[in-house]
Structure formats: C-alpha cells, structure tokens
Design a protein around this ligand. Sequence first.
Ligand SMILES: Nc1nc2c(ncn2[C@@H]2O[C@H](COP(=O)(O)OP(=O)(O)O)[C@@H](O)[C@H]2O)c(=O)[nH]1
Ligand SMILES: [Mg+2]
Length: 321
Amino acid sequence: MEAPEPGAGSSAVAELAGASRSGDRRATARLLSLVERGGDPADEVASATQAHVGEAHVVGITGAPGSGKSTITNSLTTLLAEAGRRPAVLAVDPSSPLTGGAILGDRVRMSGASEAGVFIRSMATRGHAGGLALAVPGAVRVLDAAGFDPVVVETVGVGQVEVDVTAAADTTVVVVAPGWGDAVQANKAGLLEVADLFVVNKADRPGATDARRNLDLMLDLSTAITRPGTGRPSITMTTATEGDGIGELAAAVAGHLDLLCEGGELGQRREKRRIAEVRAHLEHLLAGAADEALTTEGLQPVQASESPMMAARRLARKLLG
Ligand SMILES: Nc1nc2c(ncn2[C@@H]2O[C@H](COP(=O)(O)OP(=O)(O)O)[C@@H](O)[C@H]2O)c(=O)[nH]1
Ligand SMILES: [Mg+2]
C-alpha cells in the first residue's frame, strides 16, 4: 500500500492504522512519517489511532549528550525484547537537520536492539510545524496504538522543551555520567525535577561513585524536587556498553509503573499529558491565526496613537470574538 499523500483522505489513513495494528511495521513507519510532516494528514493519523491508545508504558530517557542514553536504550530494549516484550524506540534529536531516516551514530548504537526485533525510529524535529511538543506525542500515540510496549523515547535534555517532552512520559529516566559537574548540569537543566529514576552510567569510569554521591546529596537537599506520586527516585548504576546494571534498570522501570498504577498516579499523569498536548495544538492554531491576521490586515490598522499591546488586544478580540 502506498503512503497516502497529504489530503488523500482519512480512509487511506484508517487502512494504514489497521495494518499497523496487525503488526505491519511498514504501515507503522508510514504513519510516523505522516505525523512527522504535520498538518492535516497528522490530524487524520491522530483520529485513526485515538481509540487504540493507552496500553503502552511510555518511558522517557533523557540526559546530557554523550551520557549514554542511546547505549542504555539499546541494552534495555534488547533485554525486554528477549524477554518477550514488544518495545519500540523513538530517538528524538532536535538538533539534527535530517528527517525520516535514522541518524548514523544512533543506528550503530542501536544495532543490537534492531536485531532483537525492537522497532526503532529516529525523529529529527527541526523545522517540524509545531515542533517537538506536537510531533513527539503524535508519534508515541502511533507506536502505542500499533501495540508496542514499552515505548521508549530518547531525548537530549538540553532545553526546556526537550525536558518537557521527556517528562510527558509515564516514567522519566535521567541519565548522568561521571565527570565534573554532570549532576550539577543536570540540576541546572531542570532534569532533577522531572526524574522518576536516575541512572549513573559509565560505572566503569572513575568518578562514578562520586556522581552517585552527588546525586544523593542533591536529592537530600531538596525533597521538593521529586515528582509526586512515587517517592524518592532510585539510582541505578550501569555500564551500558557491557549491559551491566541493565537488568536492575528494567526492574526499576517496571517497579515505577507498578507504583504509578497502585497510587492512581498513572491516570493523573496521562490526563496532564493530554491537557499539555491540547494546549500545544491550541497554541499552534492561535499562532497560525495571528500570522493570518497580521498578513491580511497588514499593519495599517495600527495607529500611531495605539501601543503595540492595544493593537494586539484589538486584533485578539476580532479573532476570538
Ligand atoms: N566507558 C563507557 N562508555 C560508554 C558507556 N555507555 C556509553 N558509552 C559510550 O559513550 C558514548 C556516547 O554514548 P551514547 O549512547 O551515544 O550517548 P547519548 O548521546 O546520551 O545517546 C559512546 O561512545 C558510547 O559507546 C559506558 O557504560 N561506559
Ligand atoms: Mg543518543
């Protein structure tokens, strides 16, 4: 089946969604391409998959570039696939100008998981209309509806948007590597607040125990920074290149989901996630309306006596009125 072109209509998309649910990975890949491109086809994909979401455990893996997120993701999902699960990976690289295809380094780093049957998709979101906040939840929905579980989202934790996106997972894992100030950097980037679980990776390197101690100290200093619902985040030591500690990490991830379910926190987090997604779409729609208002009206209606704020209010009344 050919991927429907934009505007091809919802029946073609519904057909793809059906094929994707029955395990057709090419159909899943095509749905993801439509989501990535944005616009009307992405909306059709969202409608076609909506009835089938909510089964997957969505796990975010974030941290500084080079901390070992891809290597951990590879080892973790390989282990899960070998245990009979159906994991999928969404590797988000907001800095990459590439689209659609896998990013070379990640492809190498994830080759083990790929051989184990893990579905892996790299997503370059630069230039995507609406950006990460729209593309990532849409792609997660496609993978969830396709029956993958867990859905692991790897994102570089560098900016507010990236952190927000990963924190929108059910379970957020923050990866720290030994090295001067790595934990401090993670704190500055706002990563400690969103962590449900910590990994100190590169445990084979000097300074790993110090990194762990630093994290522990930071958690001691502020009990307020832990996310609600599941208590103080645990810290797992890993050497991802060797697979060491990955079994413990898998257990910590599963244990966190159990806690979320027991406390009723899972439903609350997902509701918040839905609201955030609606908000992202609303902002996108309003931004589009603002652009249109300014180009069709020109700046003519703005009088010299009128402040920019007054002009904006007047246009807003017209738009929303
Ligand atoms: N020594 C050591 N190197 C590691 C470990 N995990 C990852 N690396 C290396 O660190 C580099 C960055 O890893 P990568 O997974 O791409 O990090 P990402 O940017 O966070 O996704 C690669 O060269 C990995 O081989 C580890 O546990 N020990
Ligand atoms: Mg990576």
